[in-house]
Design a protein around this ligand. Structure first.
Ligand code: IPE
Ligand code: IPE
Ligand code: MG
Length: 236
């Protein structure tokens, strides 16, 4: 490899441990989410600095609606506040924001912030920042299967012509390359319904650190781990 370190094109992160971080500090769970926004800012900076082209962050799963309403509302509010506070800086940094997931369960207020940040940053060329928000992989695949079935029923697509690409192109991530590297903070070693199709050959890393403590140095450390991985894709 010489001195050219292998850098992942697409890093995807399951941001976990905000609640435990807060508890350990004697704070409310909500304060962990607030500190977590700072880690999001840091991850974007570290990704750009390292030449990562796509950064996906799992912010809210379809299952997270099952948390107490107070926490769900706080997370939605934090999303809106962050959009207002960060849009200019993201634009200045050349970051394009793309949001993946369902769009039919948010309040109008959340929807408008979502559309606003996507359109305001659409021209960003440095980094594509994908936010998975009301996202889960099984839900995404189910939606894709329905759209493929509709095309078949309408006579636009033959069953024999369905291939892996048909499926990839029917997911929310159609325009985004598969993740090379998936990180989950807080020491939990599971995917929790995140990018199941797209993760087929991703390298994985499960650091112990809680998301609010995952700052630029931790991001750099993770990329060192990735640089040492050998990817074989089933070959020799
Ligand atoms: C991750 O932190 C943020 C979201 C899932 C929204 P958690 O809120 O899951 O924190 P823990 O896992 O309870 O510590
Ligand atoms: C996964 O974290 C979802 C997000 C990070 C948005 P959870 O904390 O919701 O997952 P489980 O319940 O521990 O699997
Ligand atoms: Mg969690």
């Amino acid at each position: 490899m010489g001195n050219s370190k292998q850098v992942p094109t697409h890093v995807a992160i399951i941001m976990d441990g905000n609640g435990r971080w807060a508890k350990a500090q004697g704070k409310e769970r909500y304060e962990g989410h607030i500190e977590g926004v700072d880690s999001v800012r840091e991850a974007i900076k570290a990704a750009r600095r390292n030449g990562v082209r796509y950064l996906t962050l799992y912010a809210f799963s379809t299952e997270n609606w099952g948390r107490p309403a107070e926490e769900v509302n706080a997370l939605m509010e934090l999303f809106c506040k962050s959009v207002i506070a960060e849009t200019d800086e993201l634009k200045a940094q050349g970051v394009r924001v793309v949001i993946i997931g369902r769009r039919d369960r948010f309040s109008e207020r959340v929807c408008s912030h979502l559309e606003q940040i996507e359109s305001a940053t659409a021209e960003g060329k440095e980094l594509t920042f994908v936010l998975a928000f009301d996202y889960s992989s099984r839900d995404e695949i189910t939606t894709a299967v329905k759209s493929i079935a509709r095309r078949v029923a309408a006579g636009e697509l033959k069953v024999e012509d369905i291939c892996e690409q048909t499926i990839s192109q029917s997911l929310y991530t159609a325009a985004i390359p598969d993740p090379d590297f998936i990180i989950r903070t807080s020491g939990e070693c599971r995917l929790s319904n995140f990018l199941l199709w797209q993760a087929s050959y991703a390298e994985m890393y499960f650091p112990q650190v809680m998301w609010p403590d995952f700052k630029q140095n931790e991001f750099d450390k993770a990329l060192e781990v990735y640089a040492g991985r050998e990817r074989r894709y089933g070959k020799l």
